[in-house]
Write a protein that binds this ligand. Structure first.
Ligand SMILES: [Fe+2]
Ligand SMILES: [Fe+2]
Length: 338
């Protein structure tokens, strides 16, 4: 029996596909495998094995070579063409060396020879799946970092909004709407998370704007408005050298830019504005128009939708507007203050 080490707990969680035509051998090895692995699927020939593989996920495939209906190497070739990364261990008899060249071409990971030594089989499984283990550890570490980051971002967002009761919850709602829009546009999950995080702190620079300007119960003078506008640059200054795995700085800096160049701070046009900022811009306008402000009551979701519809393709990205309108038409109360 293999010694217990940090890998053995991981080994138990693997899902195994085992293919062998000889009843006696199959029953014996199946009994051995089910004691060590949580999920073991067993087939009596290559065709059955392939059907099982197609039906469910397997971390490793162990197969005999010579079998009726479809042999082990033909099955392995199909499996490798579908999922190159899945390790395949072939069990061969000493006199089956003529298969070796074909096995190398297919990309078989390991061979063990009959009669099967269970210890040898386990260590072959362990070596073949080590990369799986490393990938899982990396994924877990990344998830933990992303969670910590999200929590810090949420605290920051609250800290900004505490100063200004009128925009309480603004970033949270913009973040939820921007995330839904990004998802509806079919963006990759990694990018969707980045847009959610960027939107959650898009107004972080407002922390530098004196509170009285934020809650002024009247329209602002040009000078005052210039001060408010400075929140986008202040935002990236505050974040400084924090290196996010997403272009958060650009999203913050560009969320008031408009496709036709009428936005600020740089008057960027079209694709010069990153996609995250184009999405946040639309979510930001819709949310802001739907909420009360010190100098005016809420303009309302209908007017907000009219605003982005009117300027679709001119101020606002057409694909973003379409996705946003579709979401709001389905369920406006889900994303907006009420
Ligand atoms: Fe802003
Ligand atoms: Fe905003």
């Amino acid at each position: 029996m293999l010694k217990t080490d940090p890998d053995s707990e991981f080994l138990r969680t693997l899902s195994v596909l085992y293919v062998e035509d000889e009843d006696e051998v199959r029953e014996l090895l199946t009994r051995f495998l089910v004691r060590r692995f949580d999920k073991v699927d067993v087939a009596a020939n290559g065709r059955e094995g392939l059907e099982l593989f197609r039906a469910g996920h397997h971390d490793i495939v162990i197969t005999d070579v010579r079998m009726p209906v479809m042999d082990g190497l033909a099955m392995a070739a199909e499996i490798k063409s579908m999922e190159k990364e899945t390790p395949v261990i072939v069990i061969t008899a000493y006199n089956e060396h003529e298969y070796f060249m074909r096995a190398i071409e297919i990309g078989i990971d390991r061979y063990i020879t009959k009669p099967i030594d269970p210890g040898q089989l386990l260590s072959a499984i362990q070596r073949s799946t080590r990369i799986h283990l490393q990938q899982r550890e990396i994924a877990e570490a990344r998830e933990a970092t992303a969670n910590a980051l999200t929590q810090v971002v949420a605290v920051l967002a609250r800290a900004i909004e505490c100063r200004d009761p009128y925009t309480d919850g603004h970033q949270k709602r913009v973040s939820a709407l921007a995330e839904a829009v990004a998802e509806a546009m079919g963006l990759p999950p990694e990018q969707v998370v980045g847009i959610r995080v960027g939107a959650a702190i898009h107004d972080i620079g407002k922390i530098r704007v004196p509170t009285e300007f934020l809650s002024m119960p009247r329209r602002l003078s040009d000078e005052e408005f210039t001060l408010i506008k400075s929140h986008v640059e202040a935002g990236i200054e505050i974040l400084g050298d924090v290196s996010f795995p997403w272009p958060i700085g650009e999203m913050i800096l560009q969320h008031h830019e408009r496709l036709d160049g009428s936005g600020y701070p740089r008057g960027l046009k079209g694709d010069e504005i990153c996609l995250g900022a184009r999405i946040i811009a639309v979510a930001d306008v819709v949310e802001a128009m739907s909420s009360d402000r010190p100098y005016r009551p809420a303009i309302g979701p209908q007017a907000a939708m009219d605003e982005i519809r009117t300027h679709r393709g001119s101020r606002y990205d057409a694909a973003v507007v379409d996705a946003c309108l579709q979401l709001l038409e389905q369920d406006p109360l889900r994303y907006l203050a009420h």
